[in-house]
Write a protein that binds this ligand. Structure first.
Ligand code: SAH
Ligand code: SF4
Length: 365
């Protein structure tokens, strides 16, 4: 086993501290940070403005290590999905979604997820472990390298969403290191509005994120009342809607946007009735928000069906008639199982979760 320190595990402060331990000045750390993240260079010998002696020493004690690409799939719509081997039988997925005016990278934060939402393929895989900071930022590092730059020399990835496998706020320490690098001008230089963390609603961690690194916030709402949300998003039993909505308002005090995006998966006959839409209108009176409706993406053995498009249109219409912004997410990459909720990677489950499905209601037949 190599004892070399992986420099991708550090944000700028961490790198400055580690360089100090090596007897090196802070500006050296910033130089190396730029090589690593702005220029995507992993070979210390190519860091030409770094003193030769330091380059040689880094080669001995440090390394730049990302997960290995195990599979690279391209969807008919241009969406690209990488399966990344993170060792010991675990693999996570990263998805790049090209659009006309932006390119979004969907990043994973855990191998699996312990929260077990009823409609989520990742959740059904169980949970193995948190990803390290290097494994999280390594996804952006790798994708930048593999996608190259545009004709004008711009990076192709303009936005990052923490919406891959895992619950980012259950791995906040490592996610924070990665977020700081995404925002750092010496690294990826993304604005706070272009980096989104999606959470199923871990209330204390929402407060920590606000204080440490307020980026755009998306919340997986998926149900407009506690009775239904308790079943669909089980973490609701711990942090019920009233507390979640209060945490959203606290978050907005520091947020880069003046609204929260509520994600709402459209499940046929389960959460897509007119009454549900009216309940969502009431929620929007409490929290400045936009709704993003996500047509359910099926996966093997799931008990749910996607709401018909006409139903989704009508549901969105009720919200819009009440003056609320409601968009419907286009399903992208589903031919390579890269759509929301289809990411499964490969997880050596440690939770002894059986394949029991926690949803007890009956979808409309
Ligand atoms: N754990 C975080 C982020 C990852 S999931 C969270 O739950 O917010 C990204 C989004 O996809 C979440 O809103 C999630 O609820 C949604 N999702 C999960 N399974 C889905 C499915 N089968 N179809 C559509 N969306 C799904
Ligand atoms: Fe985990 Fe998010 Fe899937 Fe729920 S929806 S199981 S929190 S990844």
């Amino acid at each position: 086993m190599t004892k070399q320190v992986n420099l991708l595990d550090f944000d700028v402060d961490g790198l400055v501290d580690w360089f100090a331990e090596q007897g090196e000045k802070p500006f050296r750390a910033r130089q190396v940070l730029r090589w690593l993240h702005r220029f995507g260079v992993s070979d210390f010998e190519q860091m030409t403005d770094v003193a030769k002696s330091l380059r040689a020493r880094l080669g001995e004690v440090a390394c730049v290590r990302t997960p290995e690409v195990a599979r690279d799939s391209v969807s008919a719509d241009g969406t690209r999905k990488w399966l990344l081997d993170v060792g010991q039988g675990n693999a996570v997925e990263t998805v790049f979604i090209p659009e006309t005016n932006r390119g979004t990278l969907c990043v994973s934060s855990q191998a699996g997820c312990a929260l077990d939402c009823a409609f989520c393929s990742t959740g059904k895989q169980g949970f193995n472990r948190n990803l390290s900071a290097a494994e999280i930022i390594g996804q952006l590092w790798l994708a930048n390298r593999l996608l190259g730059a545009t004709a004008d020399g711009e990076r192709v990835i303009s936005n990052v969403v923490m919406m891959g496998m895992g619950e980012p706020l259950a791995n906040l320490d490592n996610v924070l290191v990665a977020l700081r690098l995404m925002l750092d001008d010496h690294a990826y230089g993304l604005s706070r509005r272009r980096v989104t963390v999606s959470t199923s609603g871990i209330v204390p961690a929402m407060d920590r994120l606000r204080d440490a690194c307020p980026v755009a916030l998306a919340v997986s709402l998926h149900a407009p009342n506690d009775a239904l949300r308790d079943q669909l998003v089980p973490i609701n039993q711990k942090y019920p809607l009233k507390e979640l909505l209060a945490a959203c308002n606290r978050y907005l005090v520091a947020a880069p946007r003046d609204f929260v995006t509520f994600e709402y998966v459209m499940l046929d006959g389960v959460n897509d009735l007119d009454t549900h839409a009216h309940e969502l209108v009431a929620i929007a009176r409490e929290v400045p928000c936009k709704y993003n409706l996500i047509p359910f993406n099926p996966f093997p053995n799931s008990p749910f069906r996607r709401s018909p498009s006409e139903r989704i249109r009508r549901f969105a219409g009720i919200l819009q008639d009440a003056g609320i912004v409601a968009t419907t997410r286009k399903t992208r990459g589903d031919d390579v199982d890269a759509a929301c909720g289809q990411l499964a990677g490969q997880v050596k489950d440690k939770t002894r979760r059986t394949q029991t499905l926690h949803f007890t209601g009956t979808p409309r037949s």
